[in-house]
Design a protein around this ligand. Sequence first.
Ligand SMILES: Cc1cc2nc3c(=O)[nH]c(=O)nc-3n(C[C@H](O)[C@H](O)[C@H](O)COP(=O)(O)O)c2cc1C
Length: 400
Amino acid sequence: MHSLANKHILLGVTGSIAAYKAAELVRRLREGGAEVRVVLSAGGAEFVTPLTFQALSANPVHSELLDTEAEAAMGHIELARWADAVVVAPASANVIARLAQGRADDLLAAVCLATEAPVAVAPAMNQQMWANAATQDNLQRLRERGMHQFGPAEGDQACGETGLGRMLEATDIARHTAGLFDTGALAGLRVLVTAGPTQEAIDPVRYLSNRSSGRMGYAVAQAAAEAGARVTLVSGPTALPTPPRVARIDVRSAQDMHEAVQEQAGGADIFIATAAVADYRPAAPAEKKIKKTTDTLSLELVRNPDILAGVAALPGGPFTVGFAAETENLLAYARDKLARKGLDMIAANRVGGGLGFEAEENALSVIDANGVTELPQAAKSQLARRLIVLIAKHFRRRLG
Ligand SMILES: Cc1cc2nc3c(=O)[nH]c(=O)nc-3n(C[C@H](O)[C@H](O)[C@H](O)COP(=O)(O)O)c2cc1C
């Protein structure tokens, strides 16, 4: 179950006898690599205690909508933004009816209204409640609005009856949750991504580098793999784990990265260059450690190869996406880079003010020949998924 790695899953637990199974679901989601936060409805809290979910999720449990302390920490809008997916399991008949009405009078319903993330319900109820036309109508409305439905299953029920309405088992719900991220938008395509900084040797122990953490590139590689692509990640030195289903090639200098990319680019359909490649390198790195013998020291720098322009210039080369990190004149610099290097698309991000390098969040202006699409501030993993959707759309448009 790879697609749960690094995902933020908001689990809504509501007033069903199946609420105890949600405890196991937290464990399954975390085993899959997700971070889990639990919102417990008033009904849910009658069946299971917040302490159980706090201990299992290793996060505070949220239940109050109108709570000044909670709003200051993580209120409904922050939870809605935090979530990569919202899963309501078990989903009682009551909560399904309330979601169908679009209510916002408790925390879970408000989060479901406020989130851009996919929302799924795993119904759990007595078979008569399930079969009731009201419940069926409510679920149909939710499905029509794009809400996902996991189950229910058929079998013996806690009330002694037999029929449809049992909540799916935790492992099945976790698997379906992972499936929410497998979009298939890049199915069958080969995607090459560069990420991280490069290190340009000054002598055997020193180098020139930059503040890139590699997070954006790793998130892009992961999102591309989840979209069904075969992904190769050429990475400068970072402290990040390789995303699942991604083949990683480690490099150190811009020249190493250039060579690795040249080798791989011919077979790629899409090239996404997120790496912060050094523009210059020391002309002649010292063979031995430079000693502190003079008051000043000059380094002569020479230009590094332009990896991105090199790929964009390949005849019949891949759909090429560049990144531009700038502290000023963002759109103007990015448009110039798009045209000058002959790229298909460029994602521009402002560096500074808590965004960009070393930050958890980012915001992108994505530019291509047709104009600009703004991807507002969000976690890098969420932005990466939105960027991949855009790239897939424009790649297919280019194919005609
Ligand atoms: C013992 C017991 C078990 C219940 N089990 C369910 C259930 O499995 N599914 C359901 O939809 N409602 C069930 N209910 C009714 C809900 O708990 C009730 O509608 C509650 O208001 C739902 O709260 P919620 O809106 O927070 O989910 C049960 C009630 C009791 C007393």
